[in-house]
Design a binder for this molecule. Structure first.
Ligand code: ATP
Ligand code: MG
Length: 254
């Protein structure tokens, strides 16, 4: 469903991504792993239109999307979470999730301009979708809380509820369990599996290898902006190039 062909991105002459090519399969979880600075978030930014690749092609169901702005890409059904949380801290948890439905809401705004009586019904429907998404992520009892009052783990789950609320074709998750304790991580892993069982396609950026090995159908490994391996979790785990990329990093930071 999503195909990347030779995607490159440079910052100040240095490559953050170099000729990255792979495909995501519908209904599957693809994990994107690699050491710090490998280019994982840059790739998510390029797919979601927050940033733009300098070279290469990104196709969604055959349509080139690499030059489209972020709101258009969101409208085509690609949603995401951010490595550094992006929530509206003073808004309620529910309103933060409803922000994930702005594309639909714009349509309902049009309906109101046309004075169609469906508006109230539409609004109720959107609210219901938001409540369902929050329930899916174990936050049904916090819908009216200001986002700022939640724990870090709960905030991560609000971002996920916002990413899934619009029933997107593809969800890009940038480190959904970073900074979470074991219990919270298990909680999020359960939600990710539930969403996969519901048919969602995901690109999961994550350093937590237990989570990756547990939920991923396919793993793609980036190192210094290059794709150095891809395959099943078991194959990637025993790939010498992958081991070297990670062990090399440990030596460098020792
Ligand atoms: N806006 C930017 N301007 C300049 N350099 C950038 C920018 N964004 C990313 N980079 C650089 O590109 C490289 C890849 O960064 P990126 O954030 O994509 O890595 P990452 O794989 O997500 O790392 P991490 O695991 O630490 O989140 C890094 O060297 C980073 O410093
Ligand atoms: Mg990152």
């Amino acid at each position: 469903m999503l195909e990347l062909k030779k995607v490159s991105r440079w910052f100040g002459g240095l490559p953050a991504l170099e000729d990255v090519s792979f495909r995501l399969e519908t209904g599957r979880i693809t994990a994107l792993i690699g050491p710090n600075g490998a280019g994982k978030s840059t790739l998510i930014n390029c797919i979601s239109g927050v940033d733009q690749a300098d070279q290469g092609r990104i196709r969604l169901d055959g349509r080139a999307i690499e030059s489209l702005p972020a709101h258009t890409i969101a409208g085509l059904g690609i949603s995401r979470t951010f490595q550094n949380l992006k929530l509206f801290s003073r808004l309620s948890v529910l309103d933060n999730v409803l922000a994930g439905l702005t594309v639909t809401a714009e349509r309902s705004f049009l309906l109101s301009m046309l004075r169609l009586p469906r508006l109230r019904h539409q609004e109720r429907k959107l609210r219901l979708l938001g409540l369902e998404a929050l329930d899916d992520f174990g936050l049904a009892d916090k819908v009216d809380w200001p986002a700022a009052a939640l724990s870090y783990g709960e905030k991560k789950r609000v971002e996920m509820a916002r990413a899934f609320v619009s029933a997107p074709h593809l969800v890009l998750l940038d480190e959904p369990v970073a900074g979470l304790n074991n219990e919270e991580t298990a909680h999020v892993a359960r939600h990710i599996r539930q969403q996969r069982n519901a048919g969602h396609t995901m690109l999961l950026v994550e350093h937590d290898m237990d989570l990756v090995m547990d939920v991923a159908d396919q793993v793609v490994v980036l190192d210094s902006g290059r794709c150095i391996a891809s395959g099943t979790p078991a194959a990637v785990r025993s790939n010498p190039l992958v081991l070297e990329a990670y062990l090399g990093r440990m030596e460098a930071t020792a």
